[in-house]
Design a protein. Structure first.
Length: 305
């Protein structure tokens, strides 16, 4: 079933588990991730980033495919624009049928972040789309931004941010970062930040930069109050490494066969992360809920510039 992140994450928050948010910018990744969720009877969130939809995964092509896959399974599937920063990109995703939008204004100071985030909430909520905001800043793993405690989310600021923006979920900074960490580096997550922010706002919290954080860190982050775990890099790396090996072993490997195999590699990786989030079987929680999604009907003129 196709739904939004609020429907999925409110249940996760109430029942103290997390949902995997897997990045998928093509058919193989989307099918692999949704098949994994279906097999494990777990809700799932499909992520597509602003850069991905611009460079490759046009919403006009991707959204109908993901909605079709979502309608073919009984598990709840949400489609979220990840790190939306530009109004034009956000409204593009909105018009094409994404069920959920993340607005990332976390590089701005808090007043500007609130202003920009609230504007997207006011656009999305009347049409039934859910919104994630970010407070504190989740930076880049390669430059070890996760170690910079000045970027971590502050509970008292989170209270104000949630109250004034009305976001449905909140991405927090607590020690992880995006992309590949330097080889051998495992981040230290400040679980106390997660616990304190959750106690302060009690809305679904998202952990970005889950890749490379280590299985135990992810489990403990969920136990501390995380309800959404974003994974992109680690799934991509496993698919790439598999292809590298296959092509090295069998240089003439048929292209169709290789793509089918990549989908299976993605599915296996996603199943591993679903297991860590504690969401297997949680799709049963939605059976008696009326989960449905109204497509956005905004037009260019209504949305404006
Ligand atoms: Zn992120």
């Amino acid at each position: 079933m196709y739904t939004d992140i609020k429907t999925i994450l409110d249940d996760a928050n109430q029942n103290h588990y997390a949902v995997l948010a897997a990045s998928a910018f093509n058919l193989e990744l989307a099918r692999g991730a949704i098949a994994a969720a279906d097999e494990m009877q777990a809700p799932i969130i499909i992520l597509m980033g602003q850069m991905q939809i611009t460079r490759h995964a046009r919403p006009e092509l991707m959204v109908p495919m993901i909605r079709t896959l979502a309608q073919e399974t009984k598990v709840p599937v949400a489609l979220l624009l990840d790190h939306g920063r530009d109004w034009k990109k956000i409204t593009w995703a909105y018009r094409q049928g994404f069920s959920s939008i993340m607005i990332d204004a976390s590089t701005y100071e808090i007043n500007e972040n609130i202003k920009r985030t609230r504007k997207i909430v006011e656009l999305c909520h009347p049409q039934g789309l859910a919104v994630e905001g970010e407070l504190g800043h989740v930076g880049l793993a390669a430059s070890l931004d996760g170690c910079d405690q000045s970027l971590y989310t502050k509970p008292e600021e989170a209270i104000r941010f949630v109250k004034e923006t009305q976001v449905d979920s909140l991405a927090i900074a607590c020690g992880t970062a995006h992309g590949n960490y330097p080889r051998g580096f495992i981040p230290t997550i400040n679980f106390e930040v997660i616990r304190r922010v959750k106690a302060a706002v009690n809305i679904p919290l998202a952990l970005h930069g889950g890749s490379g954080s280590g299985d135990e860190n992810i489990k403990q982050a969920v136990a501390a109050g995380i309800n959404k775990v974003n994974i992109a890099t680690e799934i991509f790396n496993q698919c790439r490494d598999y292809l590298k090996k296959q092509l090295s072993d069998t240089p003439d490997l048929d292209y169709l066969t290789s793509m089918i195999q990549v989908e299976q590699v993605c599915k296996k990786a996603v199943k591993h992360f679903i297991q860590l989030t504690g969401s297997p079987g949680a799709a049963a929680n939605f059976v008696h809920k009326s989960v449905f999604f109204y497509p956005a009907e905004g037009t260019d003129s209504e949305i404006g510039e």
